[in-house]
Design a protein around this ligand. Structure first.
Ligand SMILES: [Zn+2]
Length: 285
């Protein structure tokens, strides 16, 4: 344990809410911009490969240009970047063109704030909390990028695999041997399910991003949590997918992202993994 500081739960919750809201605001930028940065890079590379002369170098990054309204392009003032509050002040509309601002922005800020507060109260200002926060923030970004774009970028999933292996050295959730087996098993299990599904139905049910995300979850939690995470995510996916078809009229043939369910199951497993395994062993008796 490198550090482990003790403060009152109320103070930790307040620090968590404040810090989490700021990180949530940054995650909004990541969720919106990473797919666009990747698309610009891929287009640029494709043009170079095909020898198409073009001087449109990708200019978008996580820090530049400053955040702007997607409708009228007006750059946001500093005061409009205050998490949650600015959305309330503006009543969910752009101050210039009055167009609606997606409610997803304050939702992600609130979600990140509450999860940060929960983790700090549960683990204190500790090394375990730091690792848990990194894992949580990565899963939030991945889940929402997958919901919108149906991709899980390598730029987030692969570092998450390496970080999980490093985290295993500290032994909070698992040991390095179990983490290495977990990463391999996580990837292989979903890879096998996808190929079996493809062999039976002729369709591709999952993408390689899902395998890499599951490998990352295996690296963080160890091999013994991999089957639990797959079971929980499949269960959640089936229930929520069915509700979306029945109540929201979603087309059952339209593709749906599996990543968000893996993220949700991975998060539940990092915080309540033992309880989940206990529940499964109880149900199987
Ligand atoms: Zn506007």
């Amino acid at each position: 344990m490198i550090f482990d500081l003790h403060f009152s739960p109320t103070l930790l919750a307040m620090i968590g809410l404040l810090f989490g809201a700021i990180i949530g605001s940054f995650l909004n930028v990541v969720i919106y911009r990473v797919p666009r940065i990747l698309l610009a890079e891929w287009t640029h590379e494709a043009k170079q490969f095909l020898d198409i002369v073009s001087d449109d170098k990708p200019s978008l990054s996580l820090s530049t240009p400053r955040s702007q309204c997607p409708d009228c392009g007006t750059q946001l003032k500093a005061i409009h970047n205050i998490p949650i509050l600015s959305y309330c002040f503006l009543r969910g509309r752009c101050s210039n063109c009055n167009s609606l601002i997606s409610v997803q922005y304050p939702i992600i800020e609130l979600l990140t704030a509450f999860l940060t507060a929960y983790i700090l109260v549960a683990h204190g200002l500790s090394e375990k909390a730091l690792f848990s926060l990194i894992f949580t923030y990565s899963l939030i970004a991945l889940a929402f990028i997958d919901i919108h774009e149906q991709i899980l970028p390598d730029q987030i999933t692969l570092p998450l695999v390496w970080l999980g292996l490093i985290a295993s050295l500290f032994g909070h959730w698992t040991n390095p041997t179990s983490a290495i087996i977990g990463a391999s098993l996580g990837y292989l299990l979903l890879w096998s399910v996808m190929h079996l599904f493809k062999w039976i139905t002729g369709k591709e049910g999952m993408g390689y991003g899902d395998f890499k995300l599951n490998a990352a979850i295996g690296a963080w939690l160890g091999w013994h949590m991999v089957p639990t995470v797959i079971l929980v995510s499949s269960f959640l996916g089936a229930i929520i997918g069915l509700c979306a078809i029945i109540f929201l009229g979603h087309d059952r043939r339209s593709p749906f992202a599996f990543g968000p369910y893996l993220c949700l199951a991975g998060w539940l497993a990092i915080e309540w993994g033992d309880q989940l395994n206990y529940l499964f062993s109880y149900l199987s008796l």
